[in-house]
Design a protein around this ligand. Sequence first.
Ligand code: SAH
Ligand code: SF4
Length: 358
Amino acid sequence: MSWEQPAPERAPEERPNAAGADRETLKALVAAQGEKSFRAAQIFEGLYVHRWTRWDQFTTLSKPLRERLEANVDLAWPAIQESRTAEDGTTKHAFLLGDGLQVEGVHMPYADRTTLCISSQVGCAMGCVFCATGQMGIRRNLSAGEIVGQVVAMLNHHGHPAGRPVNLVFMGMGEPLHNLDNVMAAFALLTDPKGLAIPPRRITLSTSGLVPGIRRLGAFDPRPRLAVSLNATTDPYRDSIMPVNRAWNLEALAEALRTFPLGKGERITLEYVLLKGVTDTPEDAERLASYARRLPSKVNLIPFNEHEGAGFRAPDEVTLDRFCGVLVRHGIPVMIRRSRGQEVGGACGQLVRGLEED
Ligand code: SAH
Ligand code: SF4
């Protein structure tokens, strides 16, 4: 299967680019300009604390240095190409990357926090049949800088005030465990106390169930929280909608989750997309409850977000309530995650696919 091969990486940029760079890269950049290494720390702060996007904003640096940087080093963040805001305040953004490809991210303002949904790859190799991104196939991995760049661009676009909490979910395009090196390099930048300083517990990585990746992730400390897209409760049906299940079935996945080292009070989120008449039956709810009960988990129910060519429908409200009721009766912590911004294509891959079709 295509996820067994590493996804292609982004081709090297022609000029050095400071946007999304880590400390080591910035040290090398300033050394190449004949400057002392403390300048790298100043640039790091400008990039990730102030979220500056032009060299002339870097007033902590001397004017000659700013001019040298302007002449020699790019400051090219992913550019917001198109944004669509829904009535509930959710904004879906399409980002244009340096090589002309696109990914998407979603900004969701809540009373007490902002949640950002970001992409980890251009397209996805996992081939889930209900998913708009899966239908694109895989183009390439995002670099760590491109992952962080989505966050910086969305916070700047929405004028995010300092101190307001940010939650991040890797639930946009791509399978983050198929790009774990870059995702964890981005995680280090996102959580850096002298940078964006997003607490690790506010970052959630969602996977379709790549078991070797789950094991690798478990060895990182700190690491993001884990969510797993279950979406079906029998192997034959999960095989048919999520090809990854043919390599690691429900039992292999449960074993990897049981042995995943959790912090105190931490639970794994089981995501379950409800497909009308297919995965929303009372029997599914019972099987989901018994799967969840065997694990330190909580369940997120996600009504399917309809998109063209999907061949699936969203469940009706009564069925959704009944399904949820079964889990509640079994004592499973459960949340219904209604797609925010449905009219702008609230689930992953739908805005970019829409743009490509325009
Ligand atoms: N690749 C990772 C993360 C991105 S997908 C994963 O699969 O977990 C994020 C979530 O969106 C997954 O739970 C997936 O099942 C769900 N999803 C994909 N298409 C959807 C749709 N059309 N409606 C609702 N949820 C969808
Ligand atoms: Fe990839 Fe996740 Fe979509 Fe499956 S649901 S194709 S893993 S993005």
